[in-house]
Design a protein around this ligand. Structure first.
Ligand code: AGP
Length: 623
């Protein structure tokens, strides 16, 4: 899988070694990372009583209360806030994970954790959690038991056996003065203090302690002591990394230097898609795994996708994918309508509930309705252990990490990735897709995150310092109406573009199937009405172009989302937002990007709070 630049900040990590009592430093660092969302927390320290660990599900305040009744002390420690990917939120699954003399905190995904776990259990190791992370603790402890000369050596030997992404921080009471930190496609920094050192998954955790920061690179292994930090690669070769002076405010640091969470999350999409595909997409086999979920494929009548809002538009794209790859009838229903309609559904049907939060009341109600009528219910959600996941027979998680901006962006494209995996999985198991076809499809999907990165960087080369698309935003910020048009798989993208503009810029916008325009909305078109047309090269291109010309003929201002290298569009559209060339089934992952950026640009040009827009909540738990 091509490595996309920086990984997703799912879990929060901190570490400290120095003269102070470590636990208060750790808890304060974790509190600086709370904004990102988490479901459990824990700390470990090595003191006069050796290595001690306290973990609790729930908010940091629960952990703090536990530490009052179960105090631990020491001048070296690590801490963690967890965003579950493997294993539901619980004390056993909370980090740090311990095996023998070793305790570990981790952010990322170990792809071969099941294989390694099998090998360790075969050697008599006993596991106490459902997490992939616990494998690290056992492997490092095994290396130490096997005679490793230093904690660094034990960690390096372990990393040579692990596949996947990780930021890990390790302690062992066999090496009580050392913290070892290692990164692979997951962010990790070291903070240099006066006679003390810090480690963290993100700068905000350290800003009120030090501004001298070492940003670890891919493959780095740092051995951190109170007054020193040595960095090597996984083979043990010495490396040097600059100590940088960070000048960001705490608020800016929380957004990784982006002015808003929404923009940060737009740029996290390549990673969210890569992580959601990781360990599940099998390009060589032309297949996709669903984390061991056994769907009732034999005797399958149809698939019914249920969702609300942006997740509903992802479902509309999912319908195309599932029908074209698995050749099974696929219906899409608004959850709020489905649950109040006495729906016809039952045994032989698979209902798929799609929800970023996993808590949306209408979707939860639809899940219960479908299940009560005998359908198998699969949840696709971004929150492990959420209500919709618990109410469903199977839960397949997107791995977008916490989404702070109310306007959903990275969870939308992560949902498209999950639906692509589901379509491929069904297509292969219904025997309607050959291995060769599966391989072609899967390798195109595997190359997608890099295409998304190129697309975003071309549209907004310096998002942290220059707001994107400002010339366009200035031109359209005072418009009262917008029309969005698309065909086929890009029709739902037109709907999503209109929703994004509505929910953060408060401008009236309508998404429409381009072929439907002449049946009514064409009456809306007048001089200078902005008409955004999603018209990439591919199936239906000619038809969309004729719809575009109908709008242009009535003096609409045409903004086209078009493919790199398409010169025909230059004679038809006044404004062109380019995307890389891609197969039709991949286009929605790309065509949505300029629409998200345009909505963001217009909203900030109007001075709106794009992260917390008016009248909206991140998850709608009322019916
Ligand atoms: C999208 O930006 C909105 N926040 C909203 O439409 C949202 O998609 C809808 O409320 C569904 O939420 P869910 O995915 O958490 O179920």
């Amino acid at each position: 899988m091509p490595v996309v630049k920086s990984a997703l900040h799912m879990c929060g990590i901190v570490g400290y070694v120095g003269p102070k009592d470590a636990v208060p430093v750790l808890v304060r660092g974790l509190s600086r990372l709370e904004y990102r969302g988490y479901d459990s927390a824990g700390v470990a320290a090595i003191g006069k009583n050796g290595l001690r660990v306290v973990r609790r599900p729930g908010k940091l305040s629960v952990l703090v209360a536990a530490l009052e009744s179960e105090p631990i002390e020491g001048h070296i420690g690590i801490g963690h806030t967890r965003w579950a990917t493997h294993g539901r939120p619980s004390e056993d699954n909370a980090h740090p994970h311990t095996a023998g003399s070793v305790t570990v905190v981790h952010n990322g995904i170990i792809e071969n954790h099941l294989t390694l776990r099998g090998e360790l259990e075969a050697h008599g190791r006993r596991f106490s959690s459902e997490t992939d992370t616990e494998v690290f603790a056992h492997l490092i402890d095994q290396e130490i038991a096997g005679g490793a000369k230093s904690l660094g050596d034990a960690v390096r030997a372990t990393l040579r056996r692990v596949e996947g992404t990780y930021a890990i921080v390790v302690l062992s009471d066999k090496f009580p003065g050392d913290i070892v930190a290692a990164r692979n496609a997951s962010p990790l920094v070291v903070g240099i203090g006066d006679g003390e050192s810090f480690v963290a998954s993100d700068v905000p955790a350290l800003l009120d302690q030090t501004r001298k920061i070492i940003f670890l690179e891919e493959g780095d292994v740092a051995e951190v002591r109170a007054t020193s930090c040595t960095i090597t690669d996984r083979a043990g070769h010495a490396l040097s990394r600059p100590v940088e002076e960070v000048t960001w405010s705490a608020a800016l640091a929380e957004k990784d230097g982006y002015p808003h969470f929404m923009l940060k999350e737009i740029f996290e999409q390549p990673r969210a898609v890569a992580d959601t595909l990781r360990g599940r997409l099998l390009p060589d086999a032309g297949d996709a795994l669903l984390d061991g979920i056994q769907l009732p494929v034999a005797g399958l009548n149809r698939v019914v996708l249920l969702a609300c809002g942006t997740s509903y538009y992802a479902a509309l794209v999912g319908k195309f994918l599932i029908e074209s790859l698995a050749r099974v009838p696929c219906e899409v229903d608004l959850a709020s309508e489905f649950r109040n309609r006495d729906p016809v559904i039952g045994v032989g049907d698979i209902a798929v509930a799609i929800s970023q939060s996993g808590e949306t009341a209408d979707t939860l109600g639809a899940v219960r309705e479908a299940r009560a009528r005998g359908a198998y219910v699969l949840a696709i959600t971004n929150v492990v252990g959420s209500a919709i996941a618990r109410a469903s027979q199977g839960s397949f998680y997107t791995r977008a990490g916490p989404e702070i901006g109310v306007a959903s962006t990275k969870c939308f494209t992560a949902q498209l990735a999950a639906l692509s995996l589901l379509a491929l999985h069904l297509g292969r198991r219904r025997g309607l897709m050959t291995e060769a076809a599966g391989q072609r499809w899967a390798s195109s999907l595997a190359a997608l995150p890099e295409k998304m990165t190129h697309c975003l960087e071309a549209l907004a080369p310096a998002p942290k310092t220059e707001p994107p698309l400002q010339a366009l935003a200035a031109r359209f910020r005072d418009r009262r109406d917008f029309l969005f048009l698309g065909r086929g798989m890009n029709y739902p993208i037109a709907l999503e573009g209109a929703l994004k503009l509505k929910e953060i810029s408060y401008i009236h916008a309508e998404g429409y199937a381009a072929g439907e325009m002449k049946h009514g909305p064409i009456a809306l078109i007048e001089k200078d009405l902005p008409v955004l047309v999603v018209v990439p090269r591919g199936p239906g291109y000619e038809k969309v172009m004729s719809n575009l010309q109908e709008a242009r003929a009535r003096d609409g201002t045409i903004i086209a989302v078009a493919t790199d290298g398409d010169t025909d569009i230059e004679r038809q559209a006044e404004i062109i937002l380019r995307i890389p060339d891609a197969e039709a089934f991949l286009q929605p992952f790309l065509t949505v990007l300029p629409l998200q950026l345009l909505a963001y640009a217009i909203a900030i040009a109007r001075g709106n709070d794009v992260d917390q827009p008016r009248n909206l909540a991140k998850s709608v738990t009322v019916e």
